[in-house]
Every structure is written in C-alpha cells, then in structure tokens.
Write a protein that binds this ligand. Structure first.
Ligand code: ADP
Ligand code: ASP
Ligand code: MG
Length: 423
C-alpha cells in the first residue's frame, strides 16, 4: 500500500461546498488503496482576516499570541474536513501541528521545522483512518509554545510530513492547474510546465511565485520528495517538481523556466553613510539582530565632496516598521543622515538553468523592459536568475513583456484560475 500526502490550500476549502468537494477527492485516493495524510490550510482568506483583526487591537501584536490566533484558522478547516470525510462513510481524524509532531524552533511567525515525529499519524493510519493535519503550525522544541511557519507555510508542513512518513509523493492541490511560466492571474497566455527541476522551482519560489513556498521546495530537494502541483478543481495532470523527469516521458529542461514577480517587498535607503570600512557591516548587523531577512542590496558611488554614500536594500514589507525602528535606535552607532522607506516597488525575475550557457539572455531581458518603457531601480543576478526592481505599477506590464520576449506565450489555451481571490 502506498502512502500519499495531499495538501489543500485555502482556495480549495474556501467554503462548505469546497470542503465537501475536497473530501470526495480524498476518499477516492483512499479507495485507490493508498494510506492518505492530508494537510489543510485555513479556509479562503481566513488568515488575512485574522491578521487584520489582530492589527485592529494592537499595531504590533506579540509574536506568541499572534501565532496562537493564526493557528485557529487551520484548526477550523481540519475539523470540518474530518467531519465531511466521516459523513462519506470513511474514518478520519484531525490533528493540530503539535499533535502531528511538527517540532520547530521558537521564532514566532516564521518558525523553522527542526524535527517531525509523526507517531500519532502513523497510529491513526494503521488503524485505517485518513489523517488530517493542520498546516502552517508546529510547537517549539524548547518552550513548547505554538508557532507558525510563515505565510504559505502549509506547503512546508506537507513536504515535511511526506519526508518523515517516507511518502511516495507530496501532492499540492491549489486553484490553478500547476506551475505556469508566469502567474496566470497576470499572464493569460502563461503555459503550464509539465516538469521543472527543484533548482529552477526554488528560484521561482524565492522570487515570488507563491504557488509553492521556497522553504517547501528546499525541504523537498533535501529529502528528494517529488512534488505534484495540481488543481483540486480539475482532474488534469499538473506539474512535477523533482530532480529528474518522472516516468517515461522525455521532458527537456527548458532554457527559461518562467517569469516571477513579487510586490510584497519594500526598499529602505540609508542616506548619508560615511564611505569607510565597517559601515555596511554595522547596518546589516543591526538588521540581522532584529531577525530580518533582506533580499537585494546596492551601494551608490560616494560623492567625492562629502565622502558620503547611500545604501539601499529590499526586505519584506511586513518587516519594514521593525527594520526602521532598529536602524533609528542604532543611528549613532552606525552614523547616517536619514532613512527613506518606499513600499511602492515590485520585483520581476527571469529564471532558468539554461541561462548559464546561453549568452544574450540578460541583454534580451533588459531590451524587453526598455521596449515596455519600464525603468529599472535595482538589479541582482544569480547563476540562473536575473531580477530587477521597478515601480509596483509597472510590474504586470513588465511581466507580460518579458514573457512574450522569451517566447513563453502559449499559442493555445488561456490559463484557468479556478478560485481564490489572489490576496
Ligand atoms: P493555495 O491557497 O492553494 O496555497 P496560493 O494562492 O498560495 O494557493 O498559490 C496559488 C496561486 O499562485 C495561484 O492562484 C497563482 O495566482 C499564483 N502563482 C504565482 N505564480 C505562479 C506560477 N508561476 N504558476 C502558477 N501559479 C502561480
Ligand atoms: N493559512 C496560511 C496562510 O494563509 C498558511 C497557508 O495557507 O499555507 O498563509
Ligand atoms: Mg499557498
């Protein structure tokens, strides 16, 4: 008997009808002779609504209580899903992350999984149950507090359980038919990808393609768990994410896998920094000590007359307030004139392993942006990715222009978005 882990995102269980539809699908997998573990997200936009609510009572809610609140969303859907399955005549039991053995560090709101001890899940399966696990949550190893894994974290729960239970596959069910060459909400002509390597998927995910979370892909690569991303609304084959193409189908690695965009970041510019050794170190030590991850960094050429320079970096908007406060607090230690905060930026990234060996990709990327009249503010590259920061308003047009320029437009169907609000 095979063991499969299936994860259903919030858009797939947005209402009672959705929960009943998903329950039927889960029962089918069980009837096909599998042991089935299901990871479920909060219904629809529940997590966003809980965040809004928290912000109404406190501008900076305490991490521990915030996590306690957010995990309630997944507890609702796991219990309802178990009920719906029982109603179809099959045994199911729901478990919180903590009960399922998801052990994390104690960094609230973005905890990392450090161990998974799924003893209770194994027992439930052996007794003939379908096990339903609340995604996105765990319990901290030292303090035994409830933690969450960061937005989109149910993907990571699913892969971590698949690894711990030695599952054959981790199926991620969502509101689109798989991973596309760009977000189908922005590019109607985006094409579904049949197979993509962990390497390229990791870059797409960390560049903003939220169809899979980058930590989940990282985890899957480490434990070599194949992921099948597909729609819970259709019966179509989705996208396989793995080291090598799965099955006998010969799929060639594309030169360019896709275009990703991200409007969740902001830019901070530290103005009037003395151009001497140790300044960048002092700035980024301050940011690191506040446990904030940064993305792109640029330093301007210093003005000869003043010996002062500017340093800009990007970071998640959600960390903006914390970063500004930390820098202000350390202003005398670091030495700078002022801080500028800009949250009207967007990032566009072109991803593909073929970039390494195909000259001209960078030139074609900048030409496409220039033809679309898009101004570039920051640039960063890796071996298999080029990213630029632009005005947020320019992002949709820029993504479409780059997608077309690299011949990624589909010449047949339009990409379907089955549900979700895209929030
Ligand atoms: P879920 O609720 O199932 O976790 P998410 O909203 O987190 O769903 O992720 C699915 C969404 O990801 C899609 O609706 C789509 O708008 C977005 N997306 C962004 N980039 C891509 C891409 N390259 N391929 C497919 N979907 C993408
Ligand atoms: N409910 C959480 C979120 O909205 C986790 C998830 O959906 O993966 O971010
Ligand atoms: Mg998601």
């Amino acid at each position: 008997m095979g063991l499969v882990v299936q994860k259903y995102g919030g858009s797939s269980v947005a209402d009672a009808e959705g929960i009943k539809r998903v329950a039927k699908r889960i029962v089918e997998a069980k009837k096909n002779g599998n042991q089935v573990v299901v990871v479920v997200s909060a219904m629809g936009d529940t997590t966003d609504e809980l965040i809004d609510l928290a912000e109404q009572v406190s501008p900076m809610p305490a991490g521990r209580e915030f996590d306690m609140l957010l995990t309630a969303g997944e507890r609702i859907s796991m219990a309802l899903l178990a009920m719906a399955i029982k109603n179809l005549g099959h045994e199911a039991q729901s478990f919180t992350g903590s009960q399922a053995g998801v052990i994390t560090d104690s960094v609230h709101n973005k905890a990392r999984i450090i161990d998974v001890t799924p003893g209770r899940i194994r027992t439930a399966l052996d007794e003939g149950n379908i096990a339903i696990v609340a995604g996105f949550q765990g319990v901290s190893q030292d303090k035994k507090d409830i933690t969450t894994l960061g937005r989109g974290g149910s993907d990571t729960t699913a892969v971590a359980l698949a690894a711990a239970l030695d599952a054959e596959v981790c199926e991620i069910y969502t509101d689109v038919d798989g991973v596309f060459t760009a977000d189908p909400r922005v590019v109607k002509k985006a094409r579904k990808i049949d197979w993509i390597s962990f390497e390229d998927m990791l870059e797409l995910a960390s560049s903003g393609s939220k169809v899979l979370l980058h930590r989940c892909v990282e985890y899957a690569r480490r434990y070599n768990i194949p992921i099948h991303v597909r729609s819970s609304f259709s019966g179509l084959q989705g996208t396989w994410v793995s080291n090598e193409p799965i099955g006998d189908k010969q799929v060639e690695q594309a030169i360019i896998s896709g275009v990703a965009h991200d409007t969740s970041e902001a830019k901070i510019t530290v103005v009037g920094v003395p151009d001497k050794p140790g300044e960048a170190a002092a700035i980024f030590r301050t940011i690191a000590d506040a446990e904030i991850n940064i993305d792109m960094v640029v330093q301007n050429v210093s003005a000869a007359s003043t010996g002062l320079t500017d340093i800009s970096f990007t970071l998640p908007k959600t960390e903006g307030r914390k970063a500004i406060d930390a820098l202000e607090k350390n202003r005398s230690g670091i030495g700078f004139d002022s801080l500028r905060y800009d949250d009207q930026i967007g990032k566009i990234s072109l991803v593909g392993a073929g970039m390494k060996t195909n000259p001209g990709v960078t030139a074609a990327f900048f030409e496409a942006l220039s033809n679309a009249g898009v101004n570039i503010e920051l640039i960063s590259t890796s071996e298999i990715r080029i990213s630029v920061v632009t005005r947020a308003d320019d992002v949709p047009e820029a993504v479409r222009a780059v997608h077309t320029a690299f011949g990624l437009d589909s010449d047949s169907d339009e990409a379907v978005v089955y549900g979700g609000t895209g929030r």
